[in-house]
Structures are given as structure tokens and as C-alpha cells.
Ligand binder design. Structure first.
Ligand code: ADP
Length: 638
């Protein structure tokens, strides 16, 4: 009999182990599920925290600023290019216009000098006729200062000058002079520019032909360049640009604009002048066409050309200040606009980022709620995209979890409830047997039955704890908070717990305050809380250890510490404390009986009473659990 009893007892405790294992499994499953949602939330945390926001911000700014900078840059470049072309084109156009005017003047003048006389005319024109023609020409063209007919032998035959108002001037032999030599050969001659006080002039000479084309005489003239000077002076190039005309030696003839150099001033030394006289065309487009002007007007853009028929040089200089004024304004406007857009983007980007992140944030908050065990949380995402789909997937998941939790709670509640009656029956009958209601109890029977009794009470505690948790999760725990003197609750708990402390020779002490210490708490639940802390402190303690209870008060709350110098908890274990079914992993603890549910329930109760709980522990040295409870408001009304 006795031999059979032991295995059956062993089976009994196995059954208890099995049962608690059975209950542990769904709990562990749920834990695993929360682990998964933990992962989910960690991922969401990662993407919805500031890094993602910063990435979106950066992307928005780069995506909007880059094209603006790129397009702005290209626009500025093209604008500058077009502007440079325009400026150069304006200069060249002006130069060409002036060249045309000068050439027209010279051609017209030469045309007047190129006389054709009647065909019967074989020899020189009659003298009186010559004088008549000269007077007529002087009258006709203001440019002529002096006119002379020259015979084929090189002697002047008739002469008229504007200044001497037709008075006879001495007739000279000019047979050796270049203009005569050239004209008698049949060429139209234009001489070098001479600079006098009255202004620049040139000598022009043309052959006089009869109807057969024979050269019968030469007509020479001193031609004043007044109209050329005027043509140059009136040239307009922006506000301060100017056109400079120099003769074939590079000597200054005329300049437009307010400033003017002295007549005849040698400019042949200017490198640009040299190049123009050498036949080069300066377009105003090249880098070297932007330079510091030797005429002292600062940095200019210049173009230049040679007047083809006479080899004079004409160049235009336009101060950059003036030439680039328009483009500077436009450039300023473009830069301002680009800056404005970039600033606007930088200011608006956070708003966009916020909008983009809103659904992710909602998902993050949802998962955090699930992580806390609140399966009622739903997210409302109306973006009509993948995020909205993710949102509804999340909601379905939350709903599934909620149903699963409900089912589990239901199952646990029913299972625990159903177990309660048989366990109570076992314990009742056992106590009756011990009391001798079934006859005297032999020593052997007592020996076999007391482990049964221990297992049954352990099972009862487990069932009670599980029922408590199931009730709490189903919201069935009713907490009624009153202002009560916590010293009284502690006194009751200490006297009860002494029964546990004495056998282990543990010093259980309470540093009881003299004055009444009111807290807002449930009369029954506060004792449960205290009892759990104190009994743990005794259970997980060494023989001869101590447990101290003391208070600390803070503004509006009372803190209670339960400190022991017992086994303590490893760092790893500390992370899991307060979790359902958690028991420390150390071998010593494993040998001590427990369900791993007490602290979970205790924490729930404290929080339901409006308090908080925390602890500190060191492996091998002891643990201190602390909890705070609100103190009732002081009645100021008296
Ligand atoms: P139980 O005591 O029934 O195992 P609890 O939820 O009360 O369950 O405690 C959970 C675990 O926390 C215990 O198994 C033990 O490992 C650890 N623990 C609780 N209180 C203390 C303490 N004062 N000192 C050391 N470990 C403790």
C-alpha cells in the first residue's frame, strides 16, 4: 500500500505540474505573439522615428531644391550667354552703321569730285569754267574747304577756298605730290587725316575725264571731316558706352559720349587699336573683349573694326556697369526667386513630412498599445494607398488578437473555476482526515498525506492566482478606494507574515511612523499587495536574514518600501520581473515553491489603485520593492 502511494502522489504533483504547464502554454503563446508585435512595433518605431522624418525632409528638400538650383544655374548661364551676344551684337551693329555712314560720306564726296565733261572737250576746261565749277562745288558741299583744278602737267590752274571767300590764292606746282600722281593715273585718292584747330580734314583728288574717258585734268579738294565727327559723336551705346574713331595711324579723330580725347591724340599704342589697324575684327564676344579700358572708364566690353576703304579704326567700348545693368537685375531676381522657393520648401517640408508620417505614426501608436496588451486599439488611415491597406491589415490583426485574448481569458477562467471545486473538496476531506474524522491517523499515513495536502494547497493558490488574473483581464476586479491608515494594513500583514518569518529566523521589522499615514487604497487589496511583497521577501531570503518595511513621503503620495537581504535577482531576471509566470532562473529560487503570478497581480492592483511600483535588486545581496499610493487631499475646509 505504502509502496503504491508514493507513485500515486508523485503522479499527483505531476498532474499539478502538467496543469500549470497547460496554462503556461497559452500564456507563453500570447507572450510569443506579443513578442512578434514587439518586433513589429520596433520596426515601426525605427521607420517612424526621426530618421525617417529626416530622410523624407532631406528627400523633399533635395528633390525640390536640386531642380531649382539646376534650372536656375542653366537659366543664369544661358541668360548671360544671350546677354553677352546681345551686347556684342549691339556694339558691332553700331560700328557697322558708323562705317556705312563714313563710307557713304567719302563715296559721295569722291563722287562729286569725279567730274565728267562734254565729249567735244579734248583739252583742259576753260579757266572761267573751272572757276565757275569750283564756286558751285564749294556752294554745294559744306565739307569742301578748298578746291583746285590741276593741269596734266601738275600745275594748279584754278583754286578756291571757303575761308578766303573766293579771293585768289597762289597757284602751285603739285606734280610731285602723291594725290596728283595718283589721280592723274586714274585713281581716286583719299589722303591721310590732318588734324588742325578747326578739326580734322583729308585731301581727296580725282581725275577729270572727257566723254571718251580720257583724263584731261585733276580735281583736288581739302575735305573737312565735320560730318564724320558728328556721325561718331551722335552714336548711342546704352547710357555710358562710346564709339571711338581713329585714322589709319591710330590718331584720334572723334568719340561719342560726354568724354572726348584731344584731336590727333595718338592711340596707335593701344593693343586693341593695333589689332584693328592690322585688320582684325574684334567681336566683343571673347573673354579678351572684356577688359579695363585705357581711356579710364573702368572695365568695359569692347568691339572694333577697320573701315575697309580708308583703313581707319572704329571701336566701341561699353562699361560693364552699364552694359550688364539689366542682366544684373534679372540675375538678382532669379537668385531671389530661387532662394525664396528653397526657403519655402525648407519651411514647408516638415509639414509635408508630418502628413506623410501621420499614418505611420498612427500604426506605431497602435502597435505600442497592442504591446501594452490593449487590443482594442484601431487605426484610421484614409490615404487610399498601401498605408491604408496596412492600416486595415493592422486593424484585422488587432481584432484577431482581441478575440484570441477573449477566448483565452474565457478558457482560463472556466478551467480555473472548474478546478476550484475539486481542489476545495480534496483539501476539505484531507483536513477532515487529519482531524481524525475518519478514524485515528497513523504516523505513516500522515507522512504520505502531508505532501498531498501541500500539493493541494499549492494547486489552490495557483487556481486562485489564475482566477484573479482572469478576473482582472476581464475587467471583473472591483477596486474600492478609501482613505485608510496604511500603518494598520502593514501591522496586520506583519503579524500574519511572522508565522512565515519565525521558522526561518528572519527578522521582520516595520519602521512605523508615529502619525497616522493616510493613503487612497482598497482595504482588502492593499493587504494582498503587502502580503505578496513581504512573503516574497521572506521566501526568497536566507535563514537568519532580515526584512524591513519603511516609508518615504513625497508630494501627494506615500511610498512604501519592502527591503530584504535575500537572494536578489540577476540583471537578466530583473528585465522580466512582473511578467506573467516569470520565476527567477537561479537554482535556489527554483527550489522554492511559487507560481510566478503574484507580482503580476500585485502590479495590476497597485496600478488600479492609482499607484506605481518599482524595485532595485542585486544578486546575492537582496531586493527592495517599492510602491507609491496617492494620499488623500488635505481637507482645507477644516
Ligand atoms: P512566486 O513568488 O509565486 O514565484 P511572484 O510573482 O511573487 O511569484 O514572484 C515572481 C518571481 O520574482 C519569483 O519567482 C522570484 O524569482 C522573484 N522574486 C519576487 N520577490 C523576490 C524577492 N524579494 N527576492 C528575490 N526574488 C524575488
Amino acid at each position: 500500500m505504502s509502496l503504491r502511494a508514493t507513485p500515486s502522489l508523485a503522479r499527483e504533483s505531476e498532474a499539478i505540474q502538467w496543469f500549470s504547464g497547460l496554462l503556461r502554454r497559452p500564456a507563453a503563446g500570447l507572450l510569443a505573439m506579443t513578442e512578434e508585435t514587439n518586433m513589429f512595433s520596433r520596426v515601426l518605431k525605427l521607420i517612424s522615428g526621426s530618421p525617417l522624418r529626416n530622410k523624407i525632409l532631406l528627400l523633399l528638400i533635395v528633390l525640390s531644391a536640386a531642380p531649382i538650383l539646376f534650372l536656375g544655374g542653366i537659366t543664369l548661364y544661358l541668360l548671360d550667354l544671350a546677354h553677352r551676344r546681345d551686347v556684342a551684337a549691339l556694339e558691332v551693329q553700331l560700328i557697322d552703321q558708323k562705317i556705312e555712314e563714313i563710307e557713304k560720306f567719302l563715296a559721295d564726296t569722291a563722287g562729286i569730285l569725279e567730274l565728267r565733261v562734254g565729249f567735244e572737250q579734248k583739252s583742259e576746261i576753260e579757266l572761267s569754267q573751272q572757276r565757275f565749277i569750283l564756286d558751285g562745288l564749294l556752294e554745294e558741299n559744306r565739307a569742301f574747304e578748298e578746291l583746285a583744278f590741276i593741269g596734266r602737267d601738275g600745275r594748279e590752274t584754278a583754286k578756291r577756298a571757303r575761308t578766303e571767300s573766293g579771293a585768289p590764292t597762289s597757284l602751285e606746282d603739285v606734280s610731285r605730290l602723291g594725290y596728283f600722281v595718283s589721280a592723274i593715273r586714274g585713281d581716286n585718292f583719299i589722303g591721310d587725316v590732318s588734324h588742325t584747330l578747326t578739326g580734322p580734314f583729308v585731301i581727296m583728288a580725282s581725275p577729270v575725264r572727257n566723254r571718251n574717258g580720257d583724263i584731261i585734268q585733276v580735281l583736288a579738294a581739302e575735305v573737312g571731316l565735320g560730318s564724320v565727327v558728328r556721325a561718331v559723336r551722335t552714336a548711342r551705346l546704352g547710357n555710358s558706352g562710346s564709339v571711338i574713331l581713329a585714322d589709319q595711324n591710330g590718331d584720334f579723330i572723334a568719340q561719342s559720349g560726354a568724354k572726348s580725347l584731344a584731336h590727333g591724340m595718338p592711340l596707335g599704342g593701344w593693343s586693341r587699336m593695333k589689332r584693328i589697324l592690322g585688320g582684325e575684327v574684334l567681336t566683343g564676344l571673347e573673354a579678351r573683349d572684356r577688359y579695363r579700358s585705357p581711356s579710364g572708364v573702368g572695365d568695359v566690353v569692347g568691339a572694333g573694326k577697320r573701315v575697309p576703304t580708308i583703313g581707319w579704326a572704329i571701336l566701341a567700348e561699353w562699361p560693364l556697369d552699364d552694359a550688364d545693368a539689366v542682366i544684373r537685375d534679372v540675375r538678382g531676381q532669379i537668385v531671389t526667386f530661387a532662394l525664396f522657393v528653397i526657403v519655402a520648401v525648407v519651411l514647408l517640408a516638415p509639414l509635408f513630412a508630418r502628413r506623410l508620417l501621420m499614418p505611420i505614426r498612427a500604426l506605431k501608436e497602435g502597435t505600442e498599445a497592442i504591446e501594452r496588451g490593449d487590443f482594442s486599439q484601431r487605426v484610421d488611415i484614409k490615404t487610399r494607398d498601401e498605408l491604408a491597406q496596412l492600416g486595415s491589415a493592422f486593424n484585422r490583426m488587432a481584432e484577431g488578437l482581441r478575440r484570441l485574448q477573449e477566448l483565452k481569458n474565457e478558457f482560463v477562467f472556466i478551467a480555473a473555476h472548474e478546478l476550484r471545486a475539486p481542489v476545495t473538496a480534496i483539501r476539505g476531506y484531507l483536513s477532515m482526515v487529519f482531524e481524525g474524522s475518519a478514524g485515528p491517523v497513523s504516523g505513516k499515513l500522515k507522512e504520505y498525506l502531508s505532501p498531498v495536502e501541500q500539493a493541494a494547497s499549492r494547486l489552490a493558490r495557483l487556481v486562485d492566482d489564475i482566477l484573479e488574473i482572469a478576473r482582472s483581464e476581464a475587467g471583473r476586479i472591483k477596486i474600492q478606494v478609501f482613505a485608510l491608515d496604511i500603518r494598520e494594513s502593514i501591522r496586520a500583514v506583519v503579524s500574519e507574515a511572522n508565522a512565515l518569518a519565525v521558522p526561518k529566523k528572519i527578522m521582520l521589522s516595520y519602521d512605523r511612523p508615529k502619525d497616522i499615514l493616510l493613503v487612497l487604497a482598497d482595504t482588502v487589496r492593499i493587504k494582498e499587495v503587502l502580503m505578496n511583497f513581504v512573503s516574497n521577501a521572506i521566501k526568497y531570503n536566507n535563514e537568519g536574514g532580515w526584512v524591513k518595511i519603511y516609508h518615504e513621503s513625497e508630494d501627494g503620495r506615500v511610498i512604501t518600501h519592502v527591503e530584504d537581504n535575500g537572494l536578489g535577482l540577476s540583471k537578466d531576471d530583473q528585465e522580466h520581473l512582473f511578467q506573467k509566470f516569470f520565476r527567477a532562473t537561479s537554482a535556489k529560487t527554483q527550489m522554492i515553491e511559487g507560481t510566478g503570478l503574484g507580482l503580476f497581480i500585485t502590479k495590476e492592483l497597485i496600478e488600479k489603485m492609482g499607484g506605481t511600483v518599482w524595485f532595485r535588486s542585486e544578486e546575492g545581496r537582496g531586493t527592495r520593492f517599492s510602491f507609491s499610493l496617492p494620499s488623500p487631499p488635505i481637507n482645507s475646509g477644516g
